[in-house]
Write a protein that binds this ligand. Structure first.
Ligand SMILES: [Zn+2]
Length: 442
C-alpha cells in the first residue's frame, strides 16, 4: 500500500497570504506534508510507492478551518426549539451526522465554541478514534453565564444548565465550574459577557471585569484558553483586559476596546455570517425583515474598526456560526470570507489566510495546521477554481476535486438528506391568532 502521495502540478495557495505558486507540487507522507515545490517532485522521485495525482489546472490549498461552530445544536430555528426540543442521546447522534457535512464542505478543522449536554468533547474524541467521520475538532462545552443570562433571555435558568448555558453565581462557583468543564474535556472556556433581558433592547453586559478575570485566571492556570461573546465597547474592553484570549463579535466596539485589542493582539472573530445570511438571504426562508438594518448597523460600526485591528496585526478569525436554521451545517463555512472581502476590503488571499493560517490560532495549533508547508499537518483541499480571485468558489462543493485530512484522502460525496424526528421542531398551532373578526369580516 502506498504511504506517500504527490499532488503534482497545481497552483498552490499556502495560506499565508502569498500568491499561488503555479505548477507546483505537494508531497504527503503519513499525516504530514513533507515537501512543497521542486523539492516535493525531487523527493517523490527517490521514494518508492508514491501515488501521483495530477492536479494541473487545479488549486491546492489548506483545508478550511471554521473557528466558530456549534455542532451539537442541530440547526434550530428558534431558542424555543434549542432549549426545549433537544435530549442528549438524539442530539449526539444528530451531531455525529452533521459533522460529516462540515468535512464535505472542505473544512478539515473546527473550533466548536459551545454546545449542549457536553456532547462536543465526546464527539471530538469519537472523530479522533475513527468512530465517526468529521473534521478535527477542538471543543468547548456549556457557555458560562451569570444569572442575568445570555442570548436566550429568560430561558436561561437561575442555576445549573439549560441549552448551551451553564449559570455560575459567584467566584467560588466560577472556579469550580471552570475546573469541572476542563475535567469534562473542554479545550476552551466560553463566556457570554453580554446577554439579552426582555425589558431592554440590545445586549447588556452581565459580567464584571473582576468576575471575568476569575474565569480567565482559573482556566489559564490549567493551560486552557478563554473565549467570550461580547457586544458593546465596555464588555469587549473588560474581556480583553481580564485576559480573554478570543473575542467573538466585538460588535459596536469603540476606541478604547479597539486600543486594548491592538495592544494585547487579542484574536477577534466577528462571526458576521449569521447576520449577513439573515439580512441578505433571510427573506428566501421566511425570516423577518427587521434584521436587515441590524446587520447594516453592525457592519458599519464594527467592520471599519476591525479592519483597523487587522491592519495593526490583530489575528482576525473566520467563523460561520453553524448551525442554526440560518447557518445549516456544510453550507456557509466560506461565507465569512466573502463578508471580509465585500465589507471589510480584504483581498481574497487575505480572507483565505484568515480562514486557514490565522484560524489555527483558535485551535492552539498555529503553524501546524492551515498552511501548506513542510512539516504541517496534511489537511489539503484541491479544487477546480480560483479562490484567489473569488472566495465564493470555496462555498461551492461541486468545485472540489480532492480532500485530505491528516494525510488521508476523504471520499467526496454529498451526505444524504435525513428526515426530521417527531418533536424535533417547534410546531405552532397557527401563525397568528384566529380572531372572530378574521372569519366574520366582510
Ligand atoms: Zn456562536
Amino acid at each position: 500500500m502506498s504511504t506517500s502521495t504527490l499532488l503534482h502540478g497545481g497552483a498552490v495557495i499556502d495560506g499565508t497570504g502569498s500568491p499561488p505558486q503555479l505548477n507546483s507540487s505537494v508531497l504527503i507522507e503519513g499525516e504530514k506534508i513533507i515537501a512543497v515545490g521542486a523539492e516535493a517532485d525531487a523527493l517523490a522521485q527517490s521514494h518508492k510507492d508514491v501515488q501521483k495525482i495530477d492536479v494541473s489546472g487545479l488549486t491546492v490549498m489548506p483545508g478550511l478551518i471554521d473557528a466558530h461552530t456549534h455542532v451539537t445544536l442541530g440547526e434550530p430555528a428558534s431558542n424555543d426549539e434549542l432549549f426545549h426540543r433537544r435530549e442528549p442521546a438524539t442530539a449526539a447522534l444528530i451531531a455525529a451526522h452533521n459533522v460529516k457535512k462540515i468535512l464535505q464542505a472542505g473544512v478539515t478543522s473546527i473550533l466548536d465554541v459551545d454546545g449542549i449536554f457536553n456532547i462536543g468533547p465526546a464527539l471530538r474524541d469519537a472523530i479522533n478514534a475513527g468512530i465517526t467521520e468529521g473534521p478535527s475538532m477542538k471543543s468547548g462545552t456549556f457557555a458560562l453565564m451569570t444569572a442575568v443570562g445570555g442570548t436566550a433571555g429568560r430561558m436561561i435558568p437561575d442555576h445549573g444548565t439549560a441549552g448551551y448555558a451553564e449559570v455560575v453565581h459567584n467566584r467560588d462557583e466560577m472556579v469550580r465550574v471552570v475546573r469541572r468543564q476542563i475535567k469534562d474535556g473542554a479545550d476552551i472556556i466560553k463566556i457570554h459577557v453580554t446577554g439579552v433581558i426582555p425589558a431592554r433592547s440590545g445586549e447588556i453586559q452581565v459580567w464584571t471585569r473582576d468576575e471575568l478575570k476569575t474565569v480567565c485566571d482559573t482556566a489559564h492556570d490549567l493551560g486552557v484558553p478563554v473565549t467570550a461573546h461580547c457586544r458593546g465597547d465596555q464588555a469587549t474592553l473588560d474581556a480583553v483586559l481580564a485576559g480573554v484570549d478570543i473575542i467573538w463579535h466585538a460588535s459596536f466596539l469603540g476606541e478604547r476596546a479597539l486600543e486594548a485589542i491592538i495592544d494585547k493582539k487579542t484574536a477577534v472573530g466577528p462571526v458576521f455570517t449569521f447576520l449577513a445570511n439573515l439580512a441578505e438571504y433571510g427573506a428566501k426562508v421566511g425570516a423577518t425583515a427587521s434584521v436587515q438594518s441590524t446587520f447594516a448597523g453592525e457592519l458599519e460600526h464594527t467592520g471599519a474598526r476591525l479592519r483597523q485591528a487587522y491592519d495593526a496585526g490583530v489575528p482576525l478569525l473566520c467563523g460561520s456560526e453553524s448551525g442554526f436554521s440560518i447557518t445549516p451545517y456544510g453550507n456557509w463555512h466560506a461565507r465569512e470570507m466573502e463578508v471580509f472581502v465585500q465589507h471589510m476590503g480584504l483581498t481574497p488571499l487575505q480572507a483565505i489566510s484568515c480562514a486557514t493560517y490565522t484560524n489555527a490560532h483558535a485551535l492552539q495549533q498555529f503553524g501546524q495546521v492551515g498552511i501548506i508547508a513542510a512539516g504541517a499537518q496534511a489537511d489539503i483541499l484541491v479544487l477546480d477554481g480560483h479562490p484567489e480571485k473569488d472566495v465564493a468558489v470555496l462555498g461551492n462543493k461541486t468545485s472540489f476535486r480532492h480532500l485530505f485530512k491528516k494525510g488521508r484522502a476523504i471520499t467526496l460525496a454529498e451526505v444524504p438528506e435525513r428526515s426530521l424526528l417527531r418533536g424535533e421542531r417547534v410546531e405552532p398551532w397557527s401563525a397568528q391568532l384566529l380572531k372572530w373578526d378574521l372569519i366574520h369580516q366582510k
